[in-house]
Design a protein around this ligand. Structure first.
Ligand code: DQA
Length: 143
């Protein structure tokens, strides 16, 4: 089964959005890097982004049956969404939380993420490389 890689709101603007924090690579660049890493590990990906909380929740629910592992950058919803946490709690597969920046080193309100309560582990602070490392971690946790 594929590894699901889900990205939350405003990450469609990666490369343009606060590049001093999030880097100059676009989400398409991140996707290409993740797909290359997954292929090298003999794995496939489902790579999606949404600005909509409910759509992300639908995909998390879909992942219950369809995915071997989930990588999720919840973006702002990580700090706010109990509903996303509740959906993640329904997964029996490994969950790797992923952030480009290191939210713990930023504003106080970024220090807490609901997603961490359901995550197996967390990769943050390495820019676009965080995603590749998260895919590698997810692959290492599953067949
Ligand atoms: C982010 C960090 C979040 O605090 C922020 O709301 C984002 C992006 C990151 O990848 O560093 O949208 O998840």
């Amino acid at each position: 089964k594929p590894i699901y890689v889900l990205s939350g709101p405003n990450l469609n603007l990666l490369g343009v959005r606060e590049p001093e924090i999030y880097g100059k690579q676009t989400l398409d660049d991140v996707r290409a890097a993740c797909e290359a890493r997954a292929a090298a590990l003999g794995r496939t990906l489902v790579f999606r982004q949404s600005n909509h909380e409910g759509e992300l929740i639908d995909w998390v629910q879909e992942a219950r049956e369809a995915a071997s592992a989930l990588v999720i950058n919840p973006a702002g919803y990580g700090h706010t969404s109990v509903a996303l946490l509740d959906a993640l709690k329904m997964l029996a597969i490994p969950i790797v939380e992923c952030h480009l920046s290191n939210p713990a080193a930023r504003e106080e309100f970024r220090r807490h993420t609901y997603v961490s309560l359901a995550a197996t582990g967390l990769v943050s602070g390495f820019g676009a490389r965080s995603y590749e490392l998260a895919v590698e971690a997810a692959a290492g946790l599953t067949a």
